[in-house]
Write a protein that binds this ligand. Sequence first.
Ligand code: GDP
Ligand code: MG
Length: 163
Amino acid sequence: MLPTIVLVGRPNVGKSTLFNRLTRSRDALVADLPGLTRDRHYGRGLGASQPYLVIDTGGFEPTADSGILKEMAKQTLLAIDEADVIIFLVDARAGLTPQEFTIAQTLRVAQRPVLLAVNKTEGMRKAVVSADFHELGIGEPLSISSAHGEGVRDLIEIALETI
Ligand code: GDP
Ligand code: MG
């Protein structure tokens, strides 16, 4: 069984963009609307020092307005179950939302390594950006840009090393 990296995060933080970058060509289409990826959860990770699997939890994102936080916690737990290491993706431009704290709480009880990756940081001062996310209590935030590929390789190597 290959080491498995699971991407977790609320809708629109860039999970599918990261998934596409890790598994497909640079030009893979990603929709501007959150939650579009429904049928493409598992991919073979490319471009790292070893083979791995990557799971995009995007297809599990709830669409109903009711019980979103509860549903997200449940789906996060399901994803954790499959993970050797979790990448918890947050959005540098949007900052922290209540959903991030819910996910963080769920991740804390899981016996799995978690890396906090701050996405969409291209053109931003990374130290300043990541400071905002210490509050989650997940550890040192790692700045990346999934769209531009910045920090992505390092993130994956660090993830694979934690397994
Ligand atoms: P998901 O819902 O978490 O799967 O998020 P998506 O991958 O669908 O991305 C949501 C939006 O964020 C899309 O409009 C992406 O183009 C955009 N996005 C993703 N990664 C980046 C990034 O690194 N920088 C910027 N500026 N936008 C990004
Ligand atoms: Mg998605």
